[in-house]
Design a protein around this ligand. Structure first.
Ligand code: FES
Length: 106
């Protein structure tokens, strides 16, 4: 099936520098609002064990896991330090007016 774009939030729902957990079907997604109006999305579940990255700390384009402090680049999904070894899936995000849409596999 084709990928689909799904509206997951309004831009005003996420403060600049903030992150919001959203769910699309089976996908748990973290939606990030970077300074300057850039929006990004990754898996919300840490690739190490089970923690929601939306409970972590967003700084300089990196999210730090609240459980064991692994960090990930939210633009590439890359795991930047131990204990995480596996990268996160990233999702494309687009903005249409105030709506934020995420592209998810069909
Ligand atoms: S669960 Fe995220 S670093 Fe361990």
């Amino acid at each position: 099936m084709a990928d689909s774009w799904v509206t997951v939030a309004q831009a005003a729902d996420i403060a600049e520098g903030g992150v919001k957990a959203v769910r699309v079907g089976d996908h748990e997604i973290a939606l990030y609002h970077l300074p300057g109006g850039e929006f990004r999305a990754t898996d919300n579940i840490c690739s190490h064990e089970y923690a929601q990255l939306s409970d972590g700390w967003l700084e300089n384009g990196e999210i730090e896991c609240p459980l064991h402090a692994a960090r990930f680049d939210i633009r590439s999904g890359k795991a930047l330090c131990a204990p995480a070894e596996k990268d996160l899936t990233v999702f494309e995000v687009k903005r249409e007016g105030d709506a934020l849409l995420v592209r998810v596999p069909g």
